[in-house]
Design a protein around this ligand. Structure first.
Ligand SMILES: NC(=O)c1ccc[n+]([C@@H]2O[C@H](COP(=O)([O-])OP(=O)(O)OC[C@H]3O[C@@H](n4cnc5c(N)ncnc54)[C@H](O)[C@@H]3O)[C@@H](O)[C@H]2O)c1
Ligand SMILES: O=C(O)C(=O)C[C@]1(C(=O)O)C=C[C@@H](O)C=C1
Length: 310
């Protein structure tokens, strides 16, 4: 856990979080831990989630409507599935103070920027994506250190106010993240490879194993502590969130999937024709990738208490 900040500086005194699931509740926890002078108002479309957030004292206040939640906000952080960003933004339009900055945490950026720009004409919108999460969802899954030493990619639209970009970047740095600026389209192509495709592969392999249960039932259960278990963790990720990610980042995901399928076919051929050297070289290269991630200190830093499998 980071030590709490003592000054607000360029930061925000009133933060509103819309969507109090894994990421929204983590933002709320982190703001309360790192920005003790700031108030956090929360809102979620699901009344049960609002009740849980209230019972947990997650926020300074949980509002009954989206409009009431933003009435005096300086920063609004939209933490809803990417397919719901447009409607969540439309619901705050009439009550948003003129000076407020709107940001979001969506896993895809081009489609979200388009949806927010449509719903909130004239509003300062600085989208962002904290590249940190778990397979869990809901208000009880969040924790304050989720963003600690993780990337947060800020994807401002062309011509965005540099002061607003810096304020949103400083907000994420305050929550412990390392901030990088990127164009939305570029973000979507990079994340299609590093996040979206791996999830699709995990969903596929677990689904395939499940379909083959007749043959593999005992093996799936018995050996699931190994590599397969890592896939089942990813494949347990929220279905709504990931449906929206794949539909919102369709082009980039399909492009990367095409490339992946070609590479997979090459390995398939190498196995068929006993090309051991080719397999050895391919696996040596990927082992080096893993080692360089660890050397850069970017290995998985999630605390055990945030995990469902402990
Ligand atoms: N889960 C991750 O690992 C991860 C990581 C980084 C970014 N993200 C992004 O963060 C966002 C939230 O994901 P999450 O994992 O917190 O999901 P979640 O399912 O835990 O929480 C989403 C919450 O949004 C609420 N919601 C849905 N539509 C709403 C609306 N119109 N208005 C108000 N509330 C609404 C839901 O009731 C739910 O409580 C997504 O855009 C996702 O792409 C997720
Ligand atoms: O670690 C996990 O469980 C995640 O899936 C987190 C993960 C990722 O792919 O790294 C998932 C989606 C996000 O948008 C950002 C982070």
């Amino acid at each position: 856990m980071l030590p709490p900040s003592t000054t607000l500086g360029t930061s925000f005194a009133r933060v509103t979080v819309i969507g109090l699931g894994l990421i929204g509740s983590s933002v709320a926890h982190a703001v309360r831990a790192q920005m003790p002078g700031a108030t956090v108002t929360g809102y979620d479309a699901d009344p049960e989630v609002r009740a849980v957030a209230q019972a947990m004292h997650l926020c300074s206040d949980v509002a009954d409507s989206a409009g009431a939640a933003v009435i005096d906000a300086e920063l609004v952080v939209l933490c809803v599935p990417v397919g719901a960003m447009g409607s969540a933004a439309a619901a705050i339009r009439d009550d948003l103070p003129a000076e407020a900055i709107v940001t979001d945490v969506g896993s895809c950026k081009a489609s979200v920027l388009a949806a927010l720009t449509d719903a909130l004409p004239g509003v300062t919108i600085i989208p962002a994506h904290p590249v940190a999460g778990t397979e869990r969802s809901g208000p009880e899954a969040g924790f304050a250190s989720l963003f600690h030493k993780r990337w947060c990619i800020v994807t401002p639209p062309d011509g965005a106010d540099p002061v607003a970009i810096e304020r949103v970047s400083a907000f994420w740095r305050r929550l412990g993240a390392e901030v990088e600026l990127m164009a939305p389209d570029h973000h979507d192509r990079v994340l299609a490879v590093t996040s979206h495709l791996p999830h699709l592969i995990a969903y596929t392999i677990v689904g395939t194993a499940s379909d083959l249960e007749e043959v593999t039932r005992s093996e799936v259960i018995k050996y699931s502590a190994g590599g397969f278990r890592d896939f089942t963790r990813i494949a347990a990720s929220d279905p709504t969130m990931w449906r929206d990610v794949f539909l919102s980042n369709k082009e980039a995901v399909l492009e990367m999937l095409q490339r992946f399928s070609e590479d997979l076919s090459e390995l398939q051929r190498a196995i068929r024709w006993d090309k051991g050297d080719q397999l050895f070289d391919a696996f040596t290269r990927t082992r080096a990738v893993r080692r360089s991630i660890i050397e850069q200190g970017q290995d998985d830093a999630r605390p055990d208490f945030g995990r469902s499998d402990h």
